[in-house]
Design a protein around this ligand. Structure first.
Ligand SMILES: NC(=O)c1ccc[n+]([C@@H]2O[C@H](COP(=O)([O-])OP(=O)(O)OC[C@H]3O[C@@H](n4cnc5c(N)ncnc54)[C@H](OP(=O)(O)O)[C@@H]3O)[C@@H](O)[C@H]2O)c1
Length: 329
């Protein structure tokens, strides 16, 4: 018998999540049956999507949704031997019984000097999101100018670096001077702190007076409308996220950018990385190769201790992380 700890959502979040919305519980797990495995979490991910998804994918009392890297500690499923590691959507749990469906084995030649936590970040879902947004949605081409916001986060850092690999000019915005310094270290051509620039319009114009071909949108809200005005004719916008709106209690209205979209003939497309699931394996290999070659650098914001998961999640929504927010059990 194994005792599993799990974090449940006591109440649907009202505005910004608070500690009292979460409860830690303990449950005894049975022995795995034929076809099943017993997993032990090693690294867990907190991601912005958990906030909007909690509204429609969860009921009060449910275990918080989420992905983890876990070690197989008992197995009655030949595909997942004891000692191997997997990525699974097990939620905020220290231990889980699974039948193998939805588990992705960590690739067998994962380098010893790379933390497995990267399978939740740069070489995982956020990295895949960056590639699909740039290649499938924006069709980014060499020599173009790209804008990305929430640029110092899990997705944004990969977006900017891949755009540099592709020979583009990259402008990023982030919420602190430390983040801006990190973006410059990563090779961004220009970066600014959106909280202190005063005029976002002026900051965007200064960073790229000729405007932007592509905009990788992670934030949403009024700042998007300002960025949209700086697009070139036939500009493309990939709507990846709208984190500035996830904790809103009332829907935001306007400003409406339709006229600019018409006059500049701008294309805007929302996307979810899961659309290209059939390409995950091949794309993961490309991300891994860039990391190994030193072309794709990464940083992680590690919180130690499963008991600190709510604090890590709240911290992510407040912008405390540089790079991927990870919980090490
Ligand atoms: N479509 C998809 O398939 C997909 C997949 C993964 C992620 N996403 C989206 O991509 C975005 C980035 O995700 P991530 O995992 O890389 O998270 P992240 O950027 O590592 O962390 C979130 C960051 O968002 C910024 N932020 C928080 N509140 C903000 C606000 N009110 N205004 C502006 N920025 C704010 C903070 O950075 P600052 O300090 O810079 O404010 C924070 O560090 C999110 O919107 C997420 O929902 C979409």
């Amino acid at each position: 018998m194994v005792q599993a700890k799990k974090w449940t959502m006591v109440k649907h979040f009202d505005g910004f999540p608070k500690n009292s919305d979460f409860k830690i519980e303990v449950e005894e797990l049975p022995e795995p049956k034929d076809g099943q495995v017993l997993l032990e979490a090693v690294f867990l991910s907190v991601d912005p999507y958990m906030r909007p998804f909690s509204k429609f994918a969860m009921k009060e009392g449910d275990v918080m949704i989420g992905t983890q890297v876990a070690k197989v500690i008992q197995s009655k499923n030949k595909a997942f031997p004891v000692g191997s590691h997997v990525v699974g959507d097990c939620g905020w749990r220290t231990h889980s019984i699974c039948d193998g469906k939805g588990l992705t084995p960590i690739i067998s030649d994962w380098p010893k000097d790379l933390s497995l936590s990267l399978a939740l970040g740069t070489i995982g879902m956020p990295g895949l999101t960056a590639v699909y947004g740039l290649e499938e949605v924006l069709g980014l081409k060499e020599g173009e100018t790209l804008l990305v916001n929430a640029a110092a986060g899990a997705v944004g850092t990969v977006v900017g670096q891949i755009a540099k690999i592709k020979g583009c000019k990259v402008v990023g915005s982030a919420g602190s001077d430390t983040k801006v310094a990190y973006l410059k270290e990563l090779g961004f051509d220009a970066a600014f702190n959106y909280k202190t620039v005063g005029s976002l319009e002026e900051a965007l114009k200064k960073a790229s007076p000729e405007g932007y071909d592509c905009f990788f949108e992670n934030v949403g809200g009024p700042s998007s409308a300002v960025a949209l005005e700086q697009m070139k004719n036939f500009g493309r916008i990939a709507v990846c996220g709208s984190i500035s709106m996830y904790n809103d209690t009332a829907p935001q209205t306007g400003p409406c950018s339709h006229l600019t979209m018409i006059l500049k003939q701008i294309k805007m497309e929302g996307f979810m990385q899961s659309r290209w699931q059939h390409k995950h394996e091949e794309t993961t290999k490309r991300l891994m190769a860039w990391v190994k070659e030193g072309k794709l650098k990464y940083r992680e914001h590690i919180t130690k201790g499963f008991e600190n998961m709510p604090a890590a999640f709240i911290g992510l929504l407040k912008g405390e992380n540089i790079g991927k927010a990870i919980i090490a059990v």
